[in-house]
Design a protein around this ligand. Structure first.
Ligand SMILES: Nc1nc2c(c(=O)[nH]1)N[C@H]1C(S)=C(S)[C@@H](COP(=O)(O)O)O[C@H]1N2
Ligand SMILES: [Mo]
Length: 325
């Protein structure tokens, strides 16, 4: 049961984190139910099997206790972020700390499974075990329902989350929209005027003023994996208008900082190069002079300070699921 819940929570967490389509709603709900069921199970374990576990070897015992505490802390941070009760302090946001703990928890979890005295056998799956699992899951689901209702009734920020689980910040108000980087990227040193910007699209120089004169409003929400989202009216040019009909396995979009992502060529119909929002030029932190707008994709795909767009021979999926810088 514990194993299934932990694996379920990790997998659904990664899915809901990585994708920005309606599917992430399902993943987010599964993630929440797994997490809250783990809390229920932890409570039950503390009363029951921990007493048995305490008779095990010292190291194992402490690892088990540490593992249990980490699980409880991880889920608690998830609940705090979700409900909007506490977002953390500065860069140590509740959500990032939640990821970090999950990261530490994973090797401990493997240890926990490998070191337990008796491996579960299929024969253990009797009616009582199934019933118990059902009760734990039902309790987790009930807690999830209660949490969502409570957030709405109490008017907490968590009452109006997007289907990805993110909270809204600064929609149609770029001054309030956060500026963030993926891991530790930084805005390139100022290049002065946008007219000096080098943007190479399939080997041809494209000037920013030209883009600005062709830009039209594109409504799209940027949904950062850090747990916030913001909708803007981007002043943007469809990438298709710049590249026309092409054939290649993928298209690579690169930032002046070196940060890049590869997209399937078919995605070009829903990618835009933005130079502003709400009729004003982009701020430096938001990717000025040119950034990618990628509706339906999570934040890491919205490349800022775009300097190059090139066809690529590699398939788009032959890259790390998230950028490495
Ligand atoms: N070059 C570059 N582009 C980037 C990033 C980055 O670190 N470097 N971070 C991405 C992530 S994770 C997000 S959520 C958005 C954030 O955009 P914003 O700072 O305009 O809010 O930019 C994306 N584009
Ligand atoms: Mo992000």
């Amino acid at each position: 049961m514990l194993e299934v819940l932990v694996v379920g929570a990790l997998a659904s967490g990664l899915v809901s984190w990585g994708i920005g389509t309606a599917w992430s709603k399902v993943a987010t709900a599964i993630h929440a139910v797994c997490g809250l069921s783990l809390l229920v199970l932890a409570a039950a374990k503390i009363r029951g099997s921990v007493a048995v576990g305490m008779r095990r070897r010292r190291v194992n015992r402490w690892l088990s206790v540490g593992f249990g505490l980490l699980v409880v802390a991880t889920v608690t941070l998830g609940v705090l972020h979700t409900t909007g009760l506490w977002f953390g302090v500065g860069y140590g946001t509740a959500l990032w700390t939640h990821f970090l703990l999950a990261f530490v928890l994973t090797p401990l979890f493997v240890w926990h499974v490998v070191s337990r005295p008796a491996r579960p056998k299929l024969a253990d799956l009797d009616r009582r075990a199934v019933l118990r699992a059902g009760v734990v899951l039902a309790a987790g689901a009930a807690l999830y329902g209660a949490q969502e209702v409570a957030a709405r009734v109490a008017g907490l920020a968590g009452g109006s989350r997007r289907f990805t689980g993110s909270h809204e910040v600064g929609s149609f108000d770029p001054a309030r929209m956060p500026t963030v980087s993926w891991i530790n990227d930084r805005a390139p040193a100022s290049t002065g005027a946008a007219t000096d910007w080098h943007l190479d699209v399939l080997g041809e120089a494209v000037d920013v003023a030209g883009l600005a004169s062709r830009a039209r409003p594109v409504l799209a929400a940027l949904d950062c994996t850090g747990g916030w989202w913001s909708r803007q009216s981007w002043d943007a040019v469809p990438l298709r208008d710049l590249i026309g009909e092409r054939s290649a396995p993928s298209i690579e979009i690169t930032s002046a900082t070196g940060y890049s992502r590869r997209f399937p060529l078919s995605a070009v119909d829903d990618l835009y190069l933005a130079v502003g929002y709400g009729g004003r030029p982009l701020r430096r932190g938001h990717g000025a002079p040119v950034r990618l707008v990628a509706p339906g994709r999570r934040g890491p795909w919205w490349i800022k300070w775009v300097s190059s767009v090139q066809l690529d021979d590699r398939p788009w999926w032959l890259q790390t699921p998230f950028p490495l810088e």
